[in-house]
Every structure is written in C-alpha cells, then in structure tokens.
Design a protein around this ligand. Structure first.
Ligand SMILES: Nc1ncnc2c1ncn2[C@@H]1O[C@H](COP(=O)(O)OP(=O)(O)OP(=O)(O)O)[C@@H](O)[C@H]1O
Ligand SMILES: [Mg+2]
Length: 227
C-alpha cells in the first residue's frame, strides 16, 4: 500500500435542504497513513458520518481532492466511474455501521459470507472460520441475529466487514449500542487488528475511552478539523 492510505485536500460536502445549504464537510485536509489507527470525535451533527462516508467513497464530495492508496478518486467535481468506485469499495474498504444491518433471516455464518454473494473470492470459507474464531463467535455461527446479544451482533458486523480482507476499516460508532464492557472488547479487537494485521482504521465514536485507543484523534466541529 502507498504510504498514505487516504489523502484529502480541501474536501467539501454541501447538502442542500430547501433554500439552506449545509456545509457538512468544510474544506477538510488530512492524511491517514497506511497502518494508522485514527479516531474521529465531535458533537452530534458536526459532520463525522459525512466525512467518513466521503473518505470511504460511499458518498461524492462537492469539491476537493480525495486520493485513496495513491489513486485520485475525486478531483474537484470529477470522479472515477461507478464501476471503478465499486471496485475500490470492495477491494480496499471494510465498513461497520452503527446499525448493524444484519439480515435477520440469515445465520451468523451466512451474514458474514454475504459479501461473497455479490462477488466470488477464493478461500472464503477459511476466512469465515478464522474470523468466527478471532471474534469469539464460533459457537454462534448457526444462530440467527435475533438470538444474539448486541455485542455479538456487532462482532458479526465486524467479521463481515473484514471478510474480504480490506486494507482500510471504517467504523461509524460501532459501539453506540453497547455497554462499557462490550465497548472495551470491541476497542481491544480493533487495536489487535491494527497491530497484528496492520489494518488502517478510522473509528468514529462518542466514547472518549474508545477514542483514546487510537494513535491519533481528529476532532470535528461544524465540518472542520479543530486544531
Ligand atoms: N442527507 C442529508 N441531507 C441534508 N443534510 C444532511 C444529510 N446528512 C447529513 N446532513 C447534515 O449534515 C450535517 C452533518 O451530519 P453528520 O450526520 O455527518 O453528523 P455527525 O457528526 O455524524 O452526527 P452524529 O454524531 O449525530 O452522528 C448535519 O447538519 C446534518 O443535519
Ligand atoms: Mg454520525
């Protein structure tokens, strides 16, 4: 991977609500080095989700430059094709959302395998076994999400985000629905993934102790990085 996993220059995302314009991300410039673990904090509505969605190529910026692993993805209004973006999303990124988005009618194992229903990859089942073990949910593999605790569901969502061996993990409040002990477990899991596998992690959280597990914390206020 390039030295910088992600590089943003004057990245801007403006939403239009009626006659009002919301500068959700306002000229943000930042570099995330490959293998870095960064947390993103800031008040509700400050633009954290918008920022990581844009960094993760899930949403187009209005202006600015975004480079992922040395590749220009968005350059002042121009972007790669949808096909190229899809490829970057599935080959480089893993995503964890605050709402777990597990499919209730699929078992734990099937939920983790879900990315492979959209594209084939060798070694899928070995990878799933490894992740079930890593996240301590082996005994739950044939259960349905409705039979799991919140912490277990979140670990399934993490396993699913990791099943395609991403280089960059984006997590938007992954412990938002969990108690302190479960949040700490998730924090430890992320730290291990970062240290042992060199996974680049960007973690949005309202939880100060979880934010501190990262090597660097970025604070967002009104769409800007607070110095
Ligand atoms: N789809 C949208 N259309 C219009 N405005 C939006 C949209 N999504 C977000 N916003 C606005 O952009 C700003 C940033 O929202 P965002 O969801 O990024 O904040 P956040 O920091 O993630 O907040 P929270 O901590 O509550 O999750 C807010 O003012 C929000 O109302
Ligand atoms: Mg948010």
């Amino acid at each position: 991977m390039n030295e910088n996993a992600i590089s943003a220059e004057n990245l801007t995302k403006i939403y239009t609500r009626g006659i009002e314009q919301v500068h959700a991300v306002d000229h943000i410039s930042l570099d995330i080095r490959a293998g870095e673990f960064v947390s993103v904090v800031g008040p509700s509505g400050s633009g954290k989700t918008t920022l990581i969605n844009v960094l993760g190529c899930l949403d187009n910026p209005t202006a600015g430059i975004l480079t992922i692993d040395g590749r220009a993805v968005f350059t002042d209004g121009r972007s790669l094709s949808e096909r190229q973006l899809t490829r970057i999303r599935r080959e480089l990124f893993g995503y964890i959302f605050q709402k777990f988005y597990l499919i209730p009618t699929l078992t734990v194992e099937e939920n983790i395998m879900l990315p492979f229903t959209f594209f084939r990859k060798d070694g899928a089942s070995e990878n799933v076994s490894r992740l079930l073990h890593l996240l301590g949910i082996e005994r739950r593999k044939n259960h349905l999400p409705g039979q799991l605790s919140g912490g277990e569901m979140q670990r399934v969502a993490i396993a699913r985000a990791l099943v395609n061996n991403p280089r960059i993990l984006l997590a938007d409040e992954p412990t938002g629905n969990l108690d302190t002990a479960r949040s700490e477990e998730i924090g430890q899991t992320l730290t291990e993934l970062n240290q042992k596998q060199g996974l680049t992690i960007i973690l949005v959280t309202h939880n100060p102790s979880l934010a501190q597990t990262a090597q660097r914390t970025i604070t967002i206020h009104d769409g800007k990085i607070k110095k």
